[in-house]
Design a protein around this ligand. Structure first.
Ligand code: UD1
Length: 423
């Protein structure tokens, strides 16, 4: 298994460009199947999750290829409605194909994505919303068969503003007969990007980015070209890495307005952040300050996907901070690993109480999920000594060759590949 090895203690400095958002690219790639012809998507990061999505599109009959940051999907021969269990189990985001396949073929057969390291992650809200659009759903031993002779617009109220459920319902509704409204919708920027993409294909959707989305169904969608928004979580990760290493970094291709809450918390911790259009500069004083209360919640509140990275910063800040996780029930797996590096964190149900320490120390640690892995990379960059991170396939799901990105900023980080055994 590959590992990352980091020699800590070097301030990050220099400039890099942030890649496109994985969480925008995945539903948009799934939605491409709704139009017949060739769709072109640019600013797509080269990630293992994207590769799985392209494999699924191929299994459904599409030609799907990535060259650099450009993906083309030729959906002309998309006739298959069954998502192979093998691919389904590799990536939860395969559920994004539900809405698009129902819209294009009237049928989809898939499997429960199951739980994962960060929590139960049910899909009941996706299924409930689709049922309200007229989808017949049969579940048996983890297999889900959804059919719809015709999708019909409906007034849907989400019990919780789930990002994925909002996106799935939006995609199905884009080709339903009549009008759909989604109330208590999630407001994440990735949902706005999906709206832009669907509208560029001929859909009629307004309201993404607010809690009420209105969709007038279209009978047909046509191929288009679309550029993915910058990845706000990668942006936040590098900002925090620069701050904890007392560096000075310029980030290009960013969207500061997508990170308002996170920037607010970082500024309260004493991080200096300057924004000029799509460029951001970050630097930090010698000792950061604790932040009394950081609460993760759906957008525009502090993102759960930056919680573990922020915890590293607070571990090195002066004073006591409290982080409350309200989105996923099992998202403190990084705490044990950070504690092995010298952090002082106590977990009480869904809150973590963090007492800042002057320094962290290198150790061998394990990435338990994507963002926990990113947090350990940040901790390793700030720590005294050598950090070895195992299970880094989790990190590759969301960061395009993280070690290359950080080496451009002067970090000492490399990937070890396992030595193949002699036969
Ligand atoms: C998306 C993001 C993920 C991020 C999360 C929250 C993508 C590909 N992933 O995930 O990186 O961490 O938003 O910002 O965009 N829930 C249910 N029933 C459902 C759906 C969700 O109970 O049918 C619960 C989940 O278990 C969780 C909460 O709602 O506790 C939030 O989940 P959701 O907003 O759906 O996140 P994802 O779309 O899975």
């Amino acid at each position: 298994m590959e590992k990352l090895v980091i020699e800590g203690g070097k301030p990050l400095s220099g400039a890099i460009s942030v890649h496109g958002a994985k969480n925008a690219a995945l539903p948009i790639l799934a939605a491409s199947i709704m139009a017949e012809g060739t769709v072109t998507i640019t600013n797509v990061p080269e990630l293992s999750d994207i590769k799985v999505m392209l494999d699924i599109l191929q299994a459904l009959g599409c030609k799907a290829e990535q060259s650099g940051d450009t993906v083309t999907v030729d959906t002309t021969k998309a006739r298959e409605h069954h998502i192979p269990e093998r691919l389904m189990s590799q990536m939860r985001s395969s559920i994004f194909l539900m809405g698009p396949l129902l819209a294009r073929l009237g049928k989809v057969e898939l499997y429960q994505p199951g739980g994962c390291a960060i929590g139960e992650r049910k899909i009941d809200l996706h299924l409930k919303g689709l049922a309200e659009l007229g989808v017949d759903i049969v579940e048996e031993n983890g297999r889900i068969v959804c059919t719809a002779k015709e999708l019909t617009g409906a007034d849907i109220v989400l019990d919780y503003p789930s990002v994925g459920a909002t996106e799935n319902i939006m995609m199905a509704a884009a080709m339903a007969r009549g009008k759909t409204t989604i109330s208590n919708a999630a407001r994440e920027p990735e949902i706005q990007d999906l709206q832009h993409f669907l509208n560029a294909m001929g859909a009629n959707i307004i309201g993404a980015g607010t809690d009420t989305i209105t969709v007038e169904g279209a009978s047909q969608l046509v191929p288009c070209t679309h550029r993915i928004i910058p990845d706000r979580i990668v942006t936040g990760t590098i900002l925090i890495a620069a701050a904890v290493t007392k560096g000075n970094v310029t980030l290009k291709n960013v969207c500061a307005s997508h990170l308002t809450s996170a920037l607010h918390v970082m500024k309260r911790a004493g991080v200096h952040i300057a924004v000029d259009g799509d460029i951001m500069n970050v630097s930090a004083p010698s000792r950061l300050k604790a932040v009394e209360r950081v609460i993760t919640s759906p957008y525009p509140a502090f993102p759960t996907d930056l919680q573990s990275q922020m915890m590293v910063l607070l571990s090195l800040a002066e004073g006591v901070s409290i982080v409350k996780e309200t989105v996923f029930e099992g998202r403190f797996k990084h705490v044990d690993e950070l504690s092995r590096m010298g952090a002082d964190i106590r977990v009480d149900f869904n809150s973590a109480i963090i007492r800042g320490v002057p320094r962290l120390y290198g150790a061998t640690v394990e990435a338990t999920d994507l963002r926990a892995g990113a947090a350990l990379v940040i901790a390793g960059l700030a720590a005294q000594g050598t950090t070895v991170i195992e299970q880094i396939h989790h990190i590759d799901r969301g960061y395009d060759r993280i070690e290359l990105m950080l080496r451009q900023l002067g970090a000492s980080i490399h990937r070890t590949t396992p030595v193949s055994k002699e036969l």
